[in-house]
Design a protein around this ligand. Structure first.
Ligand SMILES: *[C@@H]1O[C@H](CO)[C@@H](O)[C@H](O)[C@H]1NC(C)=O
Ligand SMILES: *[C@@H]1O[C@H](CO)[C@@H](O)[C@H](O)[C@H]1NC(C)=O
Ligand SMILES: *[C@@H]1O[C@H](CO)[C@@H](O)[C@H](O)[C@H]1NC(C)=O
Ligand SMILES: *[C@@H]1O[C@H](CO)[C@@H](O)[C@H](O)[C@H]1NC(C)=O
Length: 470
């Protein structure tokens, strides 16, 4: 009996330990070359060209929606209108405004981030193809449009925004865009009756011009150390190889770079933090968790520009390691990883299209272990997630916003105790098909506000304010 149960335990252990060495051949032929990434980008372009041709990006067709309670799994914002009836669970709609109502001519929403003023007012920067829209969320949960910062060069759907103190840092995949640094305190005195279009010449606090051709996928911020990290700044054949480009933000009016880390090539997304966790050798170091297409790559960036790669680890199911977040930004023991292409390429365990969140034990930075996963009941591609408290807020394209309670992971890293505590599907268009595996719907959310209002930015429609019921 004893022997049997030991074997059984070992088998479970094996079944759940799915981290793997990087496949060197695939890395060299498919990932480092950009073959897979280019394929994903061209599939996205094909979807968005089709949506544009079908008129889905003309956001003027999406009416303003007011408070709508989620009742019996549905938020019926417009009675009898299937396209304005949202599947939901424990999340109510407070407000919706289209990209057009949020000042955009091009629509095509992407990232978003929030800033809370010292007085407690809650502001948003909302990515759109033609710039970043600014809005305040009122006490009633309404979006109040305040103005916009136009794109620096040409429009692009890819616009990633992150907060740094009272600034927003805006990067884009558009060539020549550079990185805009905008002071959110400029919004404090705006009368919403007269929204302001800011000027790239006069209103930026700073502009970082040190990218190879002005484009970057994202800019990751570590407010504790005043460093920013441009990630995915193509081209791949530049000297930084689209790796981590270090940006000193201590004087936001004069961002400078001492160099970059090209050692593991292209970094799609990352999170950089001062380390405090079980791995004693790294306490006090600045660590970046890199989501590097086929691996979770962990860097020690304390000594810039001479940073080091601590480990590079792949996993069963890796198709496109996209993004992730640690459970606790202080005690860094676990992280969540999303893979953007495992559903699309039908790779196990996401082969059935019900998306997967991978759970990692990072208590040894040199040998992280994939301890389990959460299998969603929604059929869609998964995208960006951010952890706030015990919840991760995921923007999962066609299935919208999912909120998972991840508080059980430290006691059960298999993920068996993870549960969905909230859901709001902002893309009813694919409901009849049971959810499509495609790049439609929501791109990002921001759930860092004390009020509990969550902002969801969507590709086709515009911005939703929703709230989880407590
Ligand atoms: C919902 O939107 C889709 C896509 O725009 C459209 O094809 C469909 O006719 C709409 N359905 C209703 C009931 O309006
Ligand atoms: C990078 O590749 C492009 C073509 O893909 C080429 O035009 C360019 O000269 C290359 N740059 C470097 C620095 O090798
Ligand atoms: C980084 O490494 C180079 C080459 O070894 C060395 O010359 C330089 O002093 C180092 N810089 C720092 C900040 O450690
Ligand atoms: C998070 O969840 C854990 C385990 O259920 C619990 O002990 C802890 O109090 C929770 N933390 C918060 C902030 O709710």
């Amino acid at each position: 009996m004893l022997i049997k149960s030991t074997v059984f335990t070992m088998l479970i252990g094996l079944a759940l330990s799915k981290e793997m060495a990087q496949d060197q051949v695939k890395a060299a032929t498919l990932y480092k070359t950009g073959v897979i990434h280019n394929r994903i980008m061209s599939n996205k372009h094909a979807t968005w060209d089709r949506q544009r041709a079908a008129g889905a990006f003309d956001s003027s067709q999406y009416p303003e929606l007011g408070y709508t309670e989620c009742v019996n799994g549905k938020a019926v914002a417009i009675s009898g209108d299937a396209n304005n009836t949202f599947q939901c669970n424990n999340v109510d709609l407070y407000h919706f405004l289209s990209h057009e109502a949020l000042g955009s001519n091009g629509g095509e929403g992407s990232s978003s981030w929030g800033w809370t003023s010292p007085g407690g007012r809650e502001f948003l920067a909302i990515g759109q193809s033609d710039g970043a829209a600014f809005a305040e969320i009122t006490k009633e949960g309404k979006l109040s449009y305040l103005g916009r910062l136009p794109q620096y060069s040409i429009p692009s759907i890819w616009r990633e925004i992150r907060g740094y103190k009272n600034y927003m840092v805006v990067g884009s995949e558009a060539e020549g865009h550079n990185i805009q640094i905008f002071d959110m305190t400029k919004l404090l005195e705006i009368d919403p009756a007269s929204p302001v279009t800011f000027s790239n010449d006069e209103d930026l606090t700073g502009l970082f011009k040190g990218l190879p051709i002005g484009r970057t996928h994202n800019v990751v911020i570590n407010e504790q150390t005043n460093w920013g990290y441009a990630v995915g700044a193509q081209p791949r054949n530049s000297s930084c190889a689209a790796g981590l480009i270090f940006i000193d933000l201590s004087d936001p009016s004069n961002p400078t770079s001492p160099g970059c880390d090209s050692q593991d090539g292209y970094v799609h997304d990352a999170q950089c933090l001062i380390y405090n966790g079980p791995d004693k050798a790294y306490v006090g170091h600045e660590i970046c968790y890199g989501y590097n297409e086929d691996t979770l790559t962990i860097y020690d960036v304390t000594n810039k520009p001479n940073s080091t790669v601590i480990s590079r680890t792949s996993y069963q199911g890796a198709a496109y390691t996209h993004q992730g977040w640690v459970l606790d930004t202080n005690w860094q023991e676990y992280l969540l990883l999303d893979d953007e292409y495992d559903e699309y390429d039908q790779v196990e365990p996401a082969a059935d299209g019900f998306h997967v969140t991978y759970i990692w034990d990072i208590s040894s930075l040199a040998s992280p272990k994939q301890t389990g996963l959460f299998k969603s009941s929604h059929h869609s591609v998964d995208h960006n997630q951010y952890v706030w408290g015990n919840y991760t807020y995921q923007s999962n394209y066609g299935s919208g916003l999912a909120v998972l309670d991840i508080g059980s992971i430290p006691s059960d890293p298999t993920g068996a105790g993870v549960s969905e505590v909230g859901w709001f599907d902002i893309y009813p268009e694919d409901d009849a098909e049971g959810g499509v595996i495609d790049f439609v719907g929501s791109w990002s959310s921001y759930a860092g506000f004390k009020s509990g209002f969550v902002f969801v930015n969507t590709i086709e429609r515009g911005g939703f304010v929703v709230k989880l019921r407590q």
